[in-house]
Design a protein. Structure first.
Length: 401
């Protein structure tokens, strides 16, 4: 019970509830204005700190991931990477299409109707980023590829060590301040009157997204079965323990051991493809998280800014999000943390939009992770079909989980 209450989703949920309740009781005028000035100031400083870390997160996860993949590059690796990216991209595009079709029909009131105006911050502590988001993305891709091309062992080791450093920054700095940032943001939204109007909408959206997870898993397993000529039910029926473990851990990495055990119970998956595919896809295949993030981004845009992003912007966002998902860390909320740069840079979200995205994404992150993990079995079935069709000799592994 104690572990559950100290988990990130629990702390964020407590922060949301606390923020909403405080926002309802703090009055306008009198002592309420100085209190809200402090809240706005805290939110501004924490937002600056989080945004400063975004380019570091991009470099820390994208570049080392490229070097790791490149150092062991084989034909199967290229195919696996393509499968993971295509799955995430198509899931994102499906979510985008559903967003344009469903979100305008939801009862979302304009965020400007009858809202209070937040007071100004007491002071503003600016923490500029070391480089822009797009510069960090391009730098990460180029430095990662160049390290592979030149077989730069020292640079590769430095990038991997930098990844460990950035992961510590995320887990020991960014994650701990998130509940405070979320509390301050939802306090402001509640005080303004925005969140109390839109709470029922987000509950509906979470249900819609979960339905989307199951639909996409059905698509993946249907395609895998048709391509491989094998019964996909013989894979997915063993994935119950992995799905439940992912719901509890919210981490593909933490679920990896259980996922391997589940996949090994299948009679249609090759053992060598399981040992190769399942660990790889656990780190690069995030279709459920991507599907969730796209729909939530569109919903938040409609709630806070009164309109959906235009089609061209959303397509660009989906294409880039697939790239970021490949290099996202396998930790709770890793996808949305890794993609904060394009949420602000491409979609133009401000601190309120970013905070709302972090909060609502984390509250259902367990189900997105479960979709990711279960979908890995389908992609491994495709790899099995490819290996069989090309008469690749099965490698007999010493380890049998």
């Amino acid at each position: 019970m104690k572990k559950l209450l100290t988990s990130l989703p629990a702390r964020l949920l407590i922060g949301i509830i606390l923020g909403i309740l405080l926002g309802l009781v703090i009055p306008e005028g009198g002592w309420g204005d100085p209190v809200m000035q402090v809240v706005v100031t805290v939110k501004y400083i924490l937002n600056q700190l989080i945004n400063f870390c975004v380019p570091l997160i991009i470099i820390g996860f994208i570049a080392p991931s490229i070097t790791k993949l490149g150092n062991s590059a084989t034909k199967m690796l290229g195919i696996a990477l393509m499968l993971a990216y295509v799955s995430s991209l198509l899931a994102a595009l499906l979510s985008m299409g559903a967003g344009y079709g469903i979100i305008p029909n939801l009862n979302i009131a304009s965020s400007m109707d009858g809202l209070r105006e937040l007071p100004t911050a007491v002071f503003q502590l600016d923490i500029p980023q070391i480089m822009s988001v797009m510069s960090a993305l391009v730098f990460s891709v180029l430095i990662g590829l160049a390290a592979v091309w030149t077989k730069a062992g020292t640079t590769t080791k430095v990038l991997i060590e930098f990844q460990d450093i950035v992961l510590d920054i995320v887990t020991k700095v960014v994650i701990p301040v998130l509940p405070v940032f979320i509390t301050a943001t939802f306090l402001g939204l509640s005080w303004e009157g925005t969140i109390t109007k839109q709470l029922p909408v987000f509950l509906i959206v979470i249900v819609i997204v979960m339905i989307g997870h199951y639909l996409w898993m059905a698509v993946l397993y249907g395609v895998a079965g048709a391509y491989s000529g094998k019964n996909p039910l013989e894979v997915v029926r063993h994935y119950g323990p992995a799905y439940l473990t992912a719901v509890g851990t919210m981490s593909s990495a933490a679920t990896l051991a259980v996922a391997l055990q589940c996949a090994n119970k299948s009679k249609v998956l090759r053992k060598d493809m399981i040992q190769f595919g399942i660990p790889l896809f656990a780190n690069i295949h995030l279709c459920g998280s991507v599907l969730t993030e796209v729909f939530f981004c569109m919903t938040v845009s409609k709630v806070l800014y009164g309109e959906l992003p235009d089609l061209g912007t959303m397509i660009l966002f989906c294409v880039l999000l697939g790239v970021f998902a490949v290099g996202a860390p396998g930790v709770p909320g890793g996808t949305v943390m890794a993609s904060l740069g394009i949420i602000t840079g491409v979609l133009g979200f401000d601190d309120a939009g970013t905070a709302m995205m972090l909060a609502v994404f984390a509250l259902q992150d367990s189900f997105g992770t479960a979709c990711n993990v279960t979908g890995d079995g389908a992609l491994t079935l495709i790899l099995t079909g490819y290996a069989d069709k090309h008469h690749m000799e099965e490698q007999h592994l010493a380890v049998d989980l």
